[in-house]
Design a protein around this ligand. Structure first.
Ligand SMILES: *[C@@H]1O[C@H](CO)[C@@H](O)[C@H](O)[C@H]1NC(C)=O
Ligand SMILES: *[C@@H]1O[C@H](CO)[C@@H](O)[C@H](O)[C@H]1NC(C)=O
Ligand SMILES: *[C@@H]1O[C@H](CO)[C@@H](O)[C@H](O)[C@H]1NC(C)=O
Ligand SMILES: *[C@@H]1O[C@H](CO)[C@@H](O)[C@H](O)[C@H]1NC(C)=O
Ligand SMILES: *[C@@H]1O[C@H](CO)[C@@H](O)[C@H](O)[C@H]1NC(C)=O
Ligand SMILES: *[C@@H]1O[C@H](CO)[C@@H](O)[C@H](O)[C@H]1NC(C)=O
Ligand SMILES: *[C@@H]1O[C@H](CO)[C@@H](O)[C@H](O)[C@H]1NC(C)=O
Ligand SMILES: *[C@@H]1O[C@H](CO)[C@@H](O)[C@H](O)[C@H]1NC(C)=O
Length: 685
């Protein structure tokens, strides 16, 4: 079997066995048990119950309609509900399919229904499964707090109730019966209690224990009732035969998530509807199931057979993939390198980002969408970038590139934590930056406070030192290629952290076509003019983009801003420089809260970096020194020199006298040719 060894097959098999176990585990019902009562009116019960007025908790009971002690309420024409706050998942799967399963529950409660008038009582008390915590309006009288005259009988009620009815309506057998109510008060089955010697509202107080048991496998509901001698005496044993028994498929009636509780009502005639104790046991479904669980189960019983087929299929695919890989060792070799970025599991990232929920979206750029995520297992906040680019040229090249990016370590660079490649989807995982990107702060509008001058300066210095590291300090020369305000992230202390370096090339080996990479017009101002001709990013083109960032940070305007008749921000600033009015360019939102010297220095540096001729731009080393003030600001000619192509030799001057000598392109791509990187680093390729 070639690459696919028996051991590997065995591993896959074990993996599937684990999956199977996980499926069985996920299918297991959970058990909820609650024994409650005597009820006191402390926050304990008000927290677990929704006590819907005029229901109260008093006199050691749930008073589902007001008791005589509640002087605030008129005892007639009331309805109330007391429901458990939490909802249970009562069925699983698709309500239309035959493969779904239904939960079971047993409930028992002690009731005391007491008449207030001599010979009449009304209306009744019901044990209830409801879709929500709302009490319908005007559900007094015959409606038992379940429905009202508009909604009674409507299947959208999603209600199941066991009523203890003490008032005879035309549709009732008598004024002392138990009934199963589905979506309405006209019971689908009703049973008089008189033959059983049970009198729900006797003149002397009596206590009845009621059991409502539901078997979700047989889909049968049963109601038992037995009298309890004393209020707080021992619970009688459950009778051997139910008073009421009915087929019931809960799935057909109730919401998947439903609440348990009681409702009751009074009408012209009144009664006290007291629940003194309530035990409830529910075997319910766990809230979360894997989406594929449904599929696997839906296919039927021979899950294991399916999994075996899966093993073979997987093994086949695995083998095919291995065969297709021209150099099967590269991946293994790369993975054993110390600087290899961590490979993330797609499912973990999916979970971390809540299934790539739009709510978690941090931003969207030319290359894809960024989501915020939380790796729960590590309690680590991450930013996940999902690339929209369909194909990645060679996975090995790509990994090689990532390995370099991964080895970069600088306090002003966003750390790459790892990557994930699944079904041609590429995801990169970065540290999460709580303060988003620089552009969000510069152009947030009037709503947010603008960045102070001090912070702006700190950010500029940070970016410069990151560039210096990439260009000169790292053991290879790395070009950022896509420097712009939206790629400058800010950490919790507003330190600049450069992100997304090197990716343009990592993603597309052949060319770095800026126009294609970013269709957004606003970013055009960051691209050095020579790049339109060479299509190559260089250190000098990075410096050009950095110049655009500098102007942007000081002026608070985007590089592509058309202002006072100028096409670009840089042209406007240059004209102010000519008129010796550079300080007019400073962001008006700063008012006078900035250091004039510093602002002018940064603006001049920004102009110097924006020199149309690449070789005339300051080097990164010098930039760092100029920003720190240890080297004087460069001389900037009053007029912006013109761009000439093929490039002319650097001329010392403020005019645009062209020199026809051209520079070879190699000079532009210093230290960064597509092949050099790989061959330097990985002689094994
Ligand atoms: C109220 O009942 C709850 C639950 O039975 C119990 O934990 C709590 O101590 C009771 N509070 C008082 C004041 O009796
Ligand atoms: C209670 O309300 C009913 C009708 O709303 C009214 O007829 C009756 O007089 C009221 N009783 C008391 C005691 O307020
Ligand atoms: C589902 O069950 C119903 C009745 O029990 C039956 O008529 C129907 O054919 C079943 N559907 C499937 C897909 O098994
Ligand atoms: C309900 O009680 C019956 C016995 O009366 C028991 O067999 C069943 O497991 C119980 N169901 C639940 C959900 O507790
Ligand atoms: C409720 O549970 C308690 C504790 O398990 C038990 O003592 C009591 O008899 C139960 N009540 C009913 C009505 O089943
Ligand atoms: C019945 O209840 C529903 C929902 O609470 C409400 O919209 C409707 O107006 C009520 N009907 C009557 C007659 O009060
Ligand atoms: C049942 O209720 C729904 C939603 O409240 C309503 O659209 C529908 O018309 C009602 N059906 C009947 C028969 O009243
Ligand atoms: C209300 O009850 C009284 C007796 O308690 C009776 O005389 C009266 O007719 C009843 N009214 C209605 C509307 O049922």
């Amino acid at each position: 079997m070639g690459v696919l060894t028996v051991r590997r097959l065995f591993t896959i098999f074990i993996f599937f066995l684990c999956c199977l176990t996980a499926i069985v585990e996920a299918q297991k019902l959970k058990t909820f048990t609650q024994v409650s009562g005597p009820f006191n009116d402390t926050s304990y019960y008000y927290d677990i119950f929704e006590v819907e007025k005029p229901a109260t908790i008093s006199n050691d009971a749930l008073q589902v309609t007001p008791d005589s002690a509640s002087a605030d309420f008129n005892l007639t024409y009331n309805s109330g509900r007391v429901l458990l706050n939490r909802a249970f998942k009562l069925w699983n799967g698709d309500s239309a399919s035959n493969t779904s399963r239904v939960a079971s529950f047993n409930s028992s409660f002690l009731v005391n229904i007491y008449p207030l008038q001599k010979d009449t009582a009304g209306e009744g008390l019901a044990f209830l499964i409801a879709p929500d915590l709302d009490l319908p309006h005007n559900s007094y009288g015959e409606y038992l707090g379940l429905t009202n005259s508009t909604t009674d009988g409507n299947s959208s009620n999603r209600l199941v109730a066991v009523e203890l009815d003490t008032h005879k309506q035309d549709f009732d057998p008598d004024a002392n019966h138990v009934g199963l109510d589905i979506n309405g008060v006209r019971s689908v089955v009703a049973e008089s209690l008189t033959p059983y010697g049970i009198e729900l509202v006797p003149m002397d107080p009596r206590f009845y224990n009621v059991w409502v048991n539901y078997d979700g496998i047989k889909k049968v509901i049963e109601v038992y009732i037995a009298e309890q001698a004393e209020k707080w005496g021992p619970t009688p044993s459950m009778p051997s035969t139910p008073i009421l028994r009915s087929d019931l498929d809960l799935k057909d009636v109730v919401n998947q998530y439903s609440h348990f509780g009681f409702s009751a009502s009074t009408g012209n005639a009144t009664q006290l509807n007291c629940v003194l104790r309530w035990n409830l046991t529910v075997h319910y479904f766990p809230e979360k199931n894997h989406p594929w669980l449904k599929i696997v189960l839906g296919v039927g019983v021979p899950v294991v057979v399916l999994l075996l087929i899966g093993v073979v299929a997987l093994a086949y695919i695995h083998r095919r993939r291995r065969m297709r890989n021209s150099n099967p060792n590269i991946l293994g070799a790369l993975k054993s390198l110390p600087g290899m970025p961590r490979e993330f599991d797609f499912r973990d990232l999916k979970k971390a980002t809540n299934n790539f929920d739009d709510k978690n979206k941090l931003g969207q750029g030319g290359y894809g969408v960024v989501y915020k995520g939380l790796l729960a297992s590590e309690n680590l906040e991450i930013a996940v970038k999902w690339f929209s680019r369909e194909s990645i040229k060679g996975q090995d090249d790509f990994l090689a590139e990532l390995t370099i990016i991964n080895r970069l370590r600088h306090k002003h660079l966003v750390r790459l934590l790892g990557w994930c490649h699944k079904n041609n989807n590429l995801l990169l995982v970065y540290e999460y930056m709580p303060n988003c990107s620089l552009d969000k702060h510069l152009f947030a509008g009037a709503k947010t406070e603008s960045l102070s001058w001090k912070l702006r300066y700190k950010i500029i210095s940070g970016v410069a030192s990151a560039l210096q590291y990439l260009h000169n300090e790292f053991d290879q020369k790395v070009v950022h290629r896509d420097l712009k305000a939206s790629n400058i992230m800010l950490d919790s202390n507003f330190n600049a952290r450069l992100g997304d370096f090197g990716l343009a090339r990592a993603l597309d080996n052949e060319k770095t076509s800026y126009a294609e990479a970013e269709g957004v017009l606003g970013t055009i101002g960051y691209i050095a003019p020579e790049c339109f001709h060479t299509g190559k990013a260089t250190q000098q083109s990075d410096v050009y983009a950095f110049g655009a960032v500098l102007l942007e940070v000081v002026c608070g305007l985007r590089p592509g801003t058309k202002i006072e008749g100028f096409q670009f921000l840089v042209d406007w600033v240059w004209s102010l420089h000519r008129q010796d009015q550079l300080s007019d360019a400073v962001d008006v939102r700063l008012g006078d809260d900035y250091v004039v010297d510093e602002a002018e220095r940064i603006l001049l540096l920004g102009l110097a970096c924006s020199h149309p001729i690449a070789s005339e731009r300051p080097k990164t080393q010098a930039i760092v020194q100029i920003i720190s003030g240890t080297v004087p600001t460069p001389h900037v000619p009053p007029f912006k020199p013109a761009f000439v192509w093929p490039a002319m030799l650097p001329v010392d001057g403020d005019t645009t006298t062209a020199n026809t000598t051209s520079i070879t392109t190699s000079q532009y791509s210093s230290g960064w040719s597509p092949q050099s990187l790989l061959s330097d680093q990985y002689p094994l390729v």
